[in-house]
Design a protein around this ligand. Structure first.
Ligand SMILES: Cc1cc2nc3c(=O)[nH]c(=O)nc-3n(C[C@H](O)[C@H](O)[C@H](O)COP(=O)(O)O)c2cc1C
Length: 191
């Protein structure tokens, strides 16, 4: 594992965040990294709503699910939105807008890790309400919020989250997710 890029190897979805402001130039670099992502036909389906002090962050804070209480201290939260027709939408059902948003968020996370920042995507928030609060049109999908800040102390975290801060990474076994040559026969569905 030692040849994995350090930004990938050491990135974790940590929750102990400092309230320290993120300098604007650093934040711009994260967003620039995100927009340098590949996308189907170069459609660039991602839209980012940047929320920080004086720019609506309390709207996101108010819509966090209970379990994401830790994100309330974050100085920056970025909403990631798209619409399926912003990107390749193929006749056989393959839609690439969400896929490409995920690629962009991954770029942002890698750049954040490089800058010494945490960038933690979350699904736990009231999406319909927040979309309305932020003026995001109803036909768009607010797919994630990326919670961003410098690492902080874990004093404010609950016991479970304190433990997770330094936990081992949990991943499925390789042979459950990596197949050689073809899909493994025993898990083919209804054939
Ligand atoms: C799409 C997505 C949604 C997530 N939602 C939440 C969330 O609502 N709250 C949370 O604490 N972590 C959330 N996470 C973080 C994951 O739990 C975390 O990435 C996973 O457990 C793997 O751990 P690692 O990122 O440290 O390797 C989310 C991650 C992703 C990619």
């Amino acid at each position: 594992m030692e040849k994995i890029l350090p930004e990938i190897q050491h990135r974790r979805a940590r929750r102990a965040l400092s309230a320290e402001e993120v300098p604007n130039d650093v934040l711009e670099r994260l967003l620039h990294a995100a927009t340098l992502s590949a996308s189907c036909f170069n459609n660039q389906p991602w839209r980012f709503v940047v929320l920080k002090k004086g720019y609506g962050i309390e709207r996101a804070r108010a819509r966090l699910s209970q379990g994401n209480y830790w994100a309330e201290t974050a100085p920056v939260i970025i909403g990631v939105a798209t619409r399926p027709d912003y990107d390749c939408d193929l006749d056989d059902g393959r839609q690439y807008a969400l896929f490409d948003c995920g690629m962009a968020v991954q770029n942002l996370q890698i750049q954040a890790q490089h800058e010494g920042l945490l960038a933690h995507p979350i699904a736990g928030f009231k999406a319909a309400e927040l979309k309305e609060d932020l003026g995001i049109p109803a036909d768009h999908i607010l797919i994630t919020l990326v919670v961003i800040g410098f690492p902080g102390t874990d004093n404010e975290l609950n016991d479970k989250h304190q433990e997770l801060e330094s936990s081992e990474r949990v991943r499925k076994d390789f042979d459950e997710v990596v197949f050689s040559g073809a899909w493994p026969a025993q898990t083919r569905s209804a054939e």
